[in-house]
Design a protein around this ligand. Sequence first.
Ligand SMILES: Cc1cc2nc3c(=O)[nH]c(=O)nc-3n(C[C@H](O)[C@H](O)[C@H](O)COP(=O)(O)OP(=O)(O)OC[C@H]3O[C@@H](n4cnc5c(N)ncnc54)[C@H](O)[C@@H]3O)c2cc1C
Length: 370
Amino acid sequence: MKSKYDYLIVGAGLFGATFAYEMTRRNKKCLVIDKRSHVGGNVYTKSVHGINVHVYGAHIFHTSDETVWKFVNGFARFNGFVNSPIADFNGERYPLPFNMNTFRKLWKDVKTEADARAKIASQTMGYHPETAKNLKEKAISFVGREIYEKLIEGYTEKQWGRPCEELPPFIIERVPLRFTYDNNYFNDAYQGVPVGGYTAMIENMLVGSDVLLGTPYKKFVNKYGSVSNAVIYTGAIDEYFDYRLGKLDFRTLKFETVAMDVADFQGNAVVNYTSKKVPYTRVIEHKHFENARTNVTVVTKEYPAEYSDGCEKFYPVNDEKNERLYAEYAELAKTVKKVYFCGRLGSYKYFDMDDTVKNAADLAEELESN
Ligand SMILES: Cc1cc2nc3c(=O)[nH]c(=O)nc-3n(C[C@H](O)[C@H](O)[C@H](O)COP(=O)(O)OP(=O)(O)OC[C@H]3O[C@@H](n4cnc5c(N)ncnc54)[C@H](O)[C@@H]3O)c2cc1C
């Protein structure tokens, strides 16, 4: 490889693509490599029977950051999709997030906000959010025993593969609770899905960069050596160091996707299955993200599982053991000059898409202002 790049970006996901765009607009030369055969990382979408399928799990863009919203709208037209998932508990259906519609469906004697608050308060079993020792206690302190048992416990235990009593309390802070009739899952000012899918959006971000797919970093380096002044590494930090301090734990998802000869399967993009008796956590019907007018539909069941070699690394397990190990890797990373570990795998942290975009744009700004 003759030409010298300013940046070698490992990973053509949202972080890598945002960083590449930010640098090419500053007239820097970027090479983006990815071990997968496509761009987009986990936001990759693929057209199946005219429906954009979210191949690595459903992705809804939501943000309250106007700069980030304007940024992504520069590469795609976002539709007005609003995420209003439905929970299925043994055939009973409840609107999410927990709001007055949910409460009235659960409890016939609840008519007003005051009724709902009183009902929940009567079921908190003496637990308080500040002193909760685990996820179960924290959840019950917020939503009461009944909502916890029907709509949180089974889903969460399937997702994390361990009892709620063994999970840290902070996980539950991601579930909003409302006392209005509002089924919009997110509280953010802006929300939507790119018309035509995320892949096209990422391809637009990568215009001006060189892109090599099907190219794992180590293989590339062995073949070409150093080709850039700096490396932006969005792969897994433990993998970069050949797991020399040990392996970081992840949860994975197995997807079962089928095309069906019906125009509509479940009438909604997302249905969460909250009972332990059902092995999957969610069923996604992709056409509803973009209101695709087709006579067929494509549906994906999501089965959470423990990560093992050969699976995709989806959710970091941020418990004490793994946080300690990650901190050791982060120290080791400081000894490697001009390699920046970023994105969800490099930072061993879950980031929503808006934070991913912001982090990448901030890093570009920081590196170029020095
Ligand atoms: C199931 C699921 C659902 C989600 N839903 C939402 C949502 O609704 N809304 C939201 O805001 N966020 C959501 N997210 C978060 C979102 O996926 C992330 O914010 C985003 O994908 C992170 O982008 P990234 O570039 O850091 O990582 P990635 O998308 O993982 O990209 C990293 C890329 O690096 C490549 N790579 C790794 N190692 C190497 C290597 N050694 N050599 C070459 N290439 C390598 C990978 O192949 C990958 O393409 C969801 C996450 C998951 C797991």
